[in-house]
Write a protein that binds this ligand. Structure first.
Ligand SMILES: *Cc1c(COP(=O)(O)O)cnc(C)c1O
Length: 401
């Protein structure tokens, strides 16, 4: 066999993972407890994998949860060389643990890594690393006696090497943590119980944009989020929930907070119903896994008058400005608006504030399921195993005897 003259880099390989169990398990927080609401209390273990430019990916580890130790000169702290994913692991009605389309997240993380000069990887390995973590933490943190419980998963890739020079990182760390997360569908009573349920969005002012052509809005980089928090703070200060990010002189609608945006309206000419979301063509918008799933389900199940008595919708991906929303609102053509994403799932939008104008988004009549509710039900059935579907990835757990 010829000896390789240049070192070959190791690929990411979950099957060689090394597992070290904690001797000091922590209490599992109760639903709705301060620990859960803190969004900071993690399960007993985490996955870590080191990467170096000389060797590639090292042996992955499941190890007791602990703080990271990184040099103050680390690239990530200065140059935002970081990307991440947001996923959930679901305990099904049949007692099984599932991930939802995890290869979509794996592929997106690898794409984000590329944009931030971080190492790409064999993306199918991500779900296998998560499975290893859940084989250790799943039984206690998502007990089989609690179907419909879930944990939020945060796979993260950082350049943790010590070199302060502005350069492509030659060291990186992939880690995965699992966080108990409040269930948005079981949220505590609203501060204003008489208010219509649903999110209130603040249209971004012209002097603040989230992403731009040639930028990195399409990648889940930490660098997209820090600078957006100021606008988020302005929305919160007005009693609103999220920013509706607009772009350019046409004030094109892009997305809302860390969710994709959908509107169902009646087309003024054809009089047909349309479910519209902005297209991904100029790389401004994060290609949500939930967004893609909503589009695929809606095209498959809502394009003819069949489902639950809902009128058929034509599913459309195209650019549109906030002026089109305003026109449809004035003409009474809006049927529903909602946002989609892993963290807050499918959430209806009740209001969009643009400058001094509050536009009320219509909602289904009381007792009638609308489009958002129907899609939420379909997706939930896949996530929690009521429906066998290729989008669900079942995590094999050791059967307890
Ligand atoms: C994560 C994210 C979304 C939603 O993506 P999902 O894959 O559906 O969770 C949408 N927009 C932004 C900006 C995001 O960060």
């Amino acid at each position: 066999m010829p000896v390789a003259t240049s070192p070959t880099l190791n690929g990411l390989n979950a099957s060689v993972i090394k597992v070290t169990r904690t001797t000091n398990p922590r209490p599992v927080p109760l639903p709705g407890s301060p620990e859960e609401l803190s969004h900071s209390y993690c399960t007993d273990h985490m996955v870590t994998v080191r990467w170096t430019a000389t060797h590639g990916w090292e042996t992955p580890e499941v190890r007791p949860f602990q703080n990271l130790s990184i040099p103050p000169t680390a690239s990530v702290l200065h140059y935002a060389t970081e990307c991440f994913e947001g996923m959930k692991v679901y305990r099904g009605h049949d007692g099984k643990l599932r991930l939802f389309r995890p290869d979509c997240n794996g592929e997106r993380l690898s794409n984000s890594a590329k944009r931030a000069s971080l190492p790409e990887f064999e993306y199918e390995e991500l779900k296998k690393l998560i499975a290893k973590l859940m084989q250790v933490d799943g039984a206690r943190w998502l007990p089989k006696s609690q179907p419909e419980a879930f944990l939020y998963l945060r796979p993260t890739l950082i350049a943790n090497g010590p070199n302060l020079g502005v350069q492509i990182p030659n060291e990186a760390l992939l880690f995965i943590i699992a966080v108990p997360w409040p269930d948005p569908s079981k949220a505590p009573a609203q501060a204003h119980p008489t208010a219509k349920p649903g999110l209130k969005l603040l249209a971004s002012p012209p002097d603040t944009i989230r992403a731009w052509p040639g930028g990195f809005g399409y990648a889940k980089l930490g660098a997209n989020y820090g600078p957006s928090l100021q606008a988020h703070g302005h929305a919160k200060a007005q009693g609103l929930d999220q920013v509706l990010w607009l772009f350019g002189p046409e004030r094109l609608v892009t997305e809302a907070g860390a969710s994709n945006f959908f509107i169902v309206w009646r087309n003024a000419e054809s009089k047909k119903l349309e479910m519209v979301t902005p297209g991904l063509e100029n790389q401004l918008i994060l290609p949500g896994v939930t967004r893609r799933s909503v589009l695929e389900l809606a095209r498959e199940r809502l394009s003819a008058d069949t489902a639950g008595g809902l009128e058929a919708v034509e599913v459309v991906e195209r650019q549109f400005g906030i002026d089109e929303i305003e026109k449809a609102w004035k003409e009474g053509r809006i049927v529903e608006a909602f946002v989609s994403g892993t963290a807050y799932f499918i959430s209806p939008v009740s209001t969009i504030r643009d400058g001094g104008v509050d536009m009320d988004m219509a909602q289904p009549a009381a007792g009638k399921a609308g489009y958002a509710a129907q899609i939420r039900e379909w997706l939930g059935a896949i996530m929690f195993g009521n429906e066998d579907h290729p989008w669900a990835y079942v995590i094999e757990e050791e059967s307890e005897k």
